[in-house]
Design a binder for this molecule. Structure first.
Ligand SMILES: N[C@@H](CCC(=O)N[C@@H](CS)C(=O)NCC(=O)O)C(=O)O
Length: 204
């Protein structure tokens, strides 16, 4: 059985969402955040990076949420969370899947960290964020999801950043993305994941 090492309020909830969608059993090991919102030392005993998510499948131990999502989809033969292989949409989905952590996450952090500290982000950070909002808004389909009305791995991957942006008010001036985030929160897999693993963001 797959084990998911899940830090509270972390990217690991993405994987729980996929496992819930796939209706596959999994073993969830939960870790509280430290007082300064970091991962506890015990996670470094599971994977040298000491971050979450980490999954275990027998001898395999894997970090990086995007790789874990791809692995889980492959392992369970799932082709419902991506467009058909080889189509233009398939490669657009691959691009978006990698974009989230490779390009978007860093931009989000530059605006988010000051906000979480009660300070205003710099103009430079907000300008960069809005450039990415423009890109993402262009990618949304009329159904308010990235690739039609069905949840893809890219939607699941993007959800974590949207949760924190919404939580801090940074989505207030991006109405289509805010509506997209509402749509994501309505997905059964998301609801099941947060019921099992806890919310993506702290309550207050
Ligand atoms: N690129 C990695 C990022 C992993 C990561 O930074 N996870 C955070 C939680 S969302 C973490 O464990 N941070 C450890 C810490 O803050 O001490 C991924 O997508 O899995």
């Amino acid at each position: 059985m797959i084990t998911i090492h899940c830090l509270a309020y972390s990217r690991a909830i993405r994987l729980v969402w996929l496992m819930e969608d796939l209706r596959q059993p999994y073993n969830l090991i939960s870790y509280d955040r430290t007082a300064d919102f970091h991962a506890p030392d015990s996670l470094a005993k599971v994977h040298t990076l000491g971050s979450s998510p980490v999954i275990e499948d027998g001898e395999r131990v894997m970090a990086e949420s995007v790789s874990c999502l791809r692995y889980l989809a492959w392992k369970f033969g799932d082709d419902t969370h991506r467009p058909a292989v080889g189509t233009i949409e398939y490669w657009q989905h691959e691009e978006m899947l990698d974009y989230v952590e490779s390009s978007f996450a860093g931009v989000v952090m530059k605006a988010l960290l000051p906000k979480l500290d009660g300070r205003e982000p710099t103009k430079e950070a907000l300008d960069a964020l809005h450039q990415h909002y423009e890109y993402l808004t262009e990618k949304l389909t009329p159904n308010e999801m990235l690739f039609g009305s069905k949840t893809t791995l890219a939607d699941i991957q993007l959800s974590y950043q949207l949760a924190f942006l919404s939580h801090t008010g940074l989505l207030d001036d991006a109405p289509r993305l805010a509506a997209y985030w509402e749509t994501l929160q309505d997905q059964p897999g998301y609801k099941a994941a947060i019921a099992h693993a806890g919310p993506m963001v702290p309550e207050s």
